[in-house]
Ligand binder design. Structure first.
Ligand code: SF4
Length: 327
């Protein structure tokens, strides 16, 4: 009886990863798509793509390993704070740990030669492979015809002539395949990763520069307006009630500021020390700047962990002063 090879697929939910899964399934492989989750890329898009295409998605949280890797990526960052080569290397390494136990024969990914400047040049694909212990077990079905043979090809588990030779930034061959396979919707490559976003990268860089590159601070970065008040004090203000609610849910031991009687924005403080009086004044007056219903002066309450036991009377920060704190 012909052996059915079991394959892990790195799955982002982008078109290339959908295509690589469908392509290998059609060739008769048992493909198990895996999504790696961190604060920078969350599984919603991938789950939607998996559901639409009838895949059973496995989600694995690699937050801790990813944050560690980002402190010193061997191949550096791309245009923004995206360490794509090391990121892919890490994902392959994590997959390799699970292979034996789950009887997986080899790994696939939807990378395309030369499609993205940082991670998909030929030397970059080699670097990704070098960073993982399974470099000889990786197949890239969409461009493997153009790459050096790995074990699955040498051993005849995968026929090289059945692999594709897509390369470059043009997307017409992928779009044609998507039509052929009846794929309903898909996002852009890398579309779900905030590390490629310039505004997000500015906020992340600020954490790195202030020794705050930790999960407890990173988790706030996707929400609200962000301000750097001093080396030790970072402030986040909700833009609307939706933001306020999301921020509230994330609070553990942070100090929060808000006006108790008049509904308005919530401010969260990430601080490495106990706030000084001048810092409390600064935070409260900046918060009032974003309080539409307060003219000039008001009492702002604050305290740890939703206990707003303290208060301070301040005036609204002048509009022109805000800029110097804004991230
Ligand atoms: S775009 Fe984001 S998730 Fe994708 S490889 Fe780069 S850093 Fe990793």
């Amino acid at each position: 009886m012909k052996k059915i090879y079991r394959v892990y697929a790195m799955f982002s939910g982008g078109l290339d990863s959908i295509l690589s899964v469908i392509y290998m399934k059609k060739l008769g492989y048992e493909v198990i798509p895996i999504f790696f989750k961190t604060p920078f890329f969350t599984p919603e898009n991938a789950q939607k793509a998996a559901d639409e295409n009838g895949f059973e998605l496995t989600v694995i949280d690699i937050t801790k390993q990813h944050i560690e890797m980002m402190k010193a990526p061997r191949y550096g960052f791309g245009k923004n704070m995206n360490p794509c080569i090391d990121c892919h290397g890490l994902m392959f390494r994590e997959l390799s740990k699970l292979m034996e136990e789950n009887k997986i024969d080899f790994l696939i990914s939807g990378e395309i030669l030369g499609q993205r400047p940082m991670s998909q040049r030929k030397d970059a694909l080699n670097s990704v492979a070098k960073l993982s212990s399974v470099k000889d077990l990786i197949i890239r079905p969409l461009c493997q015809k153009l790459l050096v043979d790995t074990k699955p090809i040498r051993e005849g588990w995968v026929k090289k002539e059945e692999m594709l030779d897509i390369q470059g930034r043009g997307r017409y061959r992928q779009i044609a395949l998507a039509k052929e396979y009846g794929i309903k919707s898909f996002s852009n490559p890398g579309g779900g990763c905030v590390l490629t976003d310039i505004q997000y990268s500015i906020k992340l860089k600020d954490l790195v520069e202030h020794n705050m590159f930790e999960e407890k601070y990173i988790k706030f970065l996707r929400i609200g307006r962000h301000f750097r008040l001093s080396d030790n004090v970072k402030m986040i203000i909700g833009r609307n009630s939706d933001d306020n609610e999301k921020l509230s849910k994330l609070i553990t031991d942070e100090i929060i500021f808000k006006h108790l009687e008049i509904p308005g924005p919530l401010a969260i403080i990430n601080s490495k020390h106990k706030l000084q009086k001048n810092e409390i004044e600064l935070v409260a007056s900046l918060l009032l700047r974003y309080h539409q219903k307060i003219e000039n002066e008001a009492i702002v309450h604050f305290g740890e962990n939703h206990k707003l036991e303290n208060s301070i009377q301040v005036t609204k920060m002048p509009r022109e002063e805000v800029k110097k704190y804004q991230l």
